[in-house]
Design a protein around this ligand. Structure first.
Ligand code: ADP
Ligand code: MG
Length: 236
């Protein structure tokens, strides 16, 4: 919680009250699993960090002015270590082309999460003038807008309530393992909803927050079976 407070107070000094993947640490501080990674500010560092991460990496532009990174080609998936430096330059160029005066904080490198076996979900929070902090859960990625398949509860969300959220969405069968797919680790998803609910309860200054996607992975012993690969928030 002290760590989370530090991350949030560092934002206070910025002009912008929107935070992106540079706030990943906030999730770490609340025990929400995130892929290994780092934000770098040079092509050389990009190479070094990529070499230190197992397998290919994902690279993302980090800018408060670019909220939907993939819309501007700001996310490169499956980058080989040898291509990390060039990809760094590409991502910066794309961001500059999109908005010449954009504030660019760097490029984030991340370990790849296996999306073939996982299901992209979304966990978020919005403060409702009437109900207060509303925690949302649903299918992530492109499905959020298309399906409008989401469940809401007022924070703090208890474990049974979080379980209920995962059960009441129409796409719940996908999480239980449809069409020969392995079921995802629902307990890990439920725990993550609870932790995020705790975070927004502890910090009223967080006005809205979205983890999209939270990749739900099949049950595997001893592993963190969810991965928060993207986060976006607005603070007071
Ligand atoms: P944005 O939502 O701003 O476009 P994301 O960080 O959510 O950017 O990345 C876009 C998509 O790229 C994700 O929905 C996911 O499909 C894929 N992706 C992002 N990070 C990873 C990762 N670490 N491993 C595998 N796929 C990823
Ligand atoms: Mg996203």
């Amino acid at each position: 919680r002290a760590r989370a407070r530090e991350v949030l107070s560092s934002v206070r000094d910025r002009e912008d009250n929107r935070l992106g993947v540079e706030a990943m640490e906030l999730l770490d501080a609340y025990g929400i699993p995130t892929p290994a990674g780092e934000i770098v500010d040079s092509p050389e560092r990009a190479s070094e960090v990529a070499a230190g991460i197992d397998g290919d990496v994902v690279m993302k532009i980090v800018s408060p002015d670019i909220l939907h990174k993939s819309d501007i080609g700001g996310v490169a998936v499956g980058v080989a270590d040898a291509d990390a430096a060039d990809t760094y330059e590409d991502l910066i160029t794309r961001a500059r082309n999109y908005q010449p005066d954009a504030t660019i904080l760097g490029v984030q490198l991340q370990e790849m999460v296996d999306l073939d076996d996982g299901v992209e979900t979304i966990v978020g929070m919005n403060r409702d003038p009437q109900f207060g902090p509303l925690v949302m859960f649903g299918l992530g990625g492109i499905f959020v807008e298309v399906m409008e398949d989401t469940a809401f509860r007022v924070a703090p969300v208890s474990e049974p309530e979080a379980r209920g959220m995962t059960e009441e969405i129409r796409s719940a069968p996908l999480l239980r393992g449809a069409r020969g797919r392995d079921p995802v680790d629902l307990d890990a998803v439920i725990e993550t909803i609870g932790r995020l609910s705790q975070l927004v309860t502890d910090f009223p200054a967080i006005l809205e927050l979205d983890v999209n996607p939270l990749v739900a992975l099949p049950d595997a012993d001893g592993d963190a079976n969810v991965a928060a690969v993207d986060v976006r928030l607005t603070v007071d």
